[in-house]
Design a protein around this ligand. Structure first.
Ligand SMILES: NC(=O)c1ccc[n+]([C@@H]2O[C@H](COP(=O)([O-])OP(=O)(O)OC[C@H]3O[C@@H](n4cnc5c(N)ncnc54)[C@H](O)[C@@H]3O)[C@@H](O)[C@H]2O)c1
Length: 333
């Protein structure tokens, strides 16, 4: 039995609570938020703290879940790890490439501490199956990848948590906060990336600092062509789409379903993701699966989870898109 504690009791915390409370191998021993109003999300039987250091000292968790604003992810994770506590950190792994690389170096220097990163969509059944199909080689090399994130965030979303709209607390907008999952999958499924050219924009008049819309052409090292489009300025949250074209086949993930696309455009369903009742569909349903796998890796002292080093490329891609958007130039990775 492992003891878990959560730091940051905002919007995402109920998903972590559900994953912990639904796993008989984990006990939630403490939750923490500097804002006492966040107690509403905490189960009554679990002690609530406003200081995470006091919580760690008193409850002695095996793992802390980091559900904090982005600028606190790497520093608080590393502080907890220095105290000998394993860490399960929400995405993004860091605010920028420099911080992500330092965090990965820290991880390598602390092999006894497990630090898992919550890029849960890698564990969607549709993504796992597509990865197997691609890696199996039957369909040949990847020749094209398209990732689309047509989402909506209201002005209130930024007003209630102003850190989300600021460079110094969020590190960016629709990419680092929303589309990071899709960018990560474009790399995870499509392979090494050599460069990209992008435009970034602020289309909504919310008075925030960060981008709400981006598009990028992504060049894969093997010559494949990638197209990435993400926005928080759609009229609603529609399904992300991920298309992968291979030499001998084409696949699409949409509405949490993996399709094989026939030569005539017909869609054959290959698998559908598990659903997580009560969770927003656009989070994907794999938080519990990834959290369960992380705790199992702890139990078995295995490395079978998503490490900090696995998440660094998602931040490199975001930084490259930001740079290309600023300069109008292609960025080599
Ligand atoms: N994996 C996913 O699909 C997914 C989905 C949504 C959010 N997230 C991530 O979860 C994280 C939190 O997002 P959110 O939307 O829940 O944000 P939020 O603003 O709703 O919650 C953050 C909480 O942290 C608290 N906090 C701030 N500083 C603190 C400190 N020093 N000590 C303790 N508590 C502190 C705030 O009071 C707030 O309640 C972000 O990193 C976000 O990117 C991930």
């Amino acid at each position: 039995m492992k003891k878990a504690a959560i730091i940051g009791m905002g919007v995402i915390s109920p998903i972590h609570i559900a994953a912990i409370e639904g796993n008989p191998e984990i006990t939630l021993v403490g939750v923490c938020d500097t804002d006492k109003r966040s107690t509403c999300a905490a189960p009554e039987h679990v002690p609530f703290y406003t200081d995470y250091r006091a919580m760690i000292a008193e409850t002695k968790p095996d793992v802390v879940h980091i559900c904090l604003p982005h600028y606190l992810h790497a520093p608080v994770s590393m502080e907890a790890a220095e105290l000998g506590v394993h860490v399960f950190c929400e995405k993004p792994v860091a605010m920028n490439t420099g911080e992500a690389e330092k965090f990965a170096e820290f991880e390598a220097a602390h092999p006894d501490i497990h630090i898992g990163v919550c890029l849960q969509n890698r564990f969607n059944e549709s993504v796992e199956m597509l990865k197997e199909l691609i890696d199996g080689g039957e369909y040949g090399a990847v020749t094209g990848v398209r990732g689309t994130v047509p989402w909506y965030r209201s002005k209130e979303y930024y007003d209630v948590a102003p850190w989300r709209g600021r460079w110094d607390t969020a590190g960016g907008g629709c990419m680092i906060n929303q589309a990071v999952h899709t960018l990560d999958l474009m790399y995870h499924l499509g392979g090494e990336i050599s460069g990209l050219k992008a435009v970034t924009a602020q289309l909504l008049d919310y008075g925030i600092e960060v981008e709400d819309t981006v598009s990028a052409v992504i060049n894969y090292t093997n010559g494949a062509h990638g197209m990435f489009m993400a926005t928080n300025a759609n009229y609603t949250n529609e399904s992300t789409q991920l298309s992968v074209q291979l030499e001998k086949g084409a696949f699409l993930i949409m509405d949490n379903t993996l399709y094989r696309i026939g030569a005539d455009g017909t869609k054959e369903t290959l698998c559908t993701d598990a659903r997580l009742p009560g969770s927003k569909f656009y989070y994907g349903a794999s938080h519990s699966k990834l959290i369960g796998r992380f705790y199992q890796a702890l139990e078995e002292d295995s490395q079978d989870y998503l490490h900090v080093r696995d998440a660094v490329m998602s931040i490199r891609l975001i930084d490259a898109i930001q740079e290309s958007g600023r300069t109008g130039q292609k960025v080599v990775l």
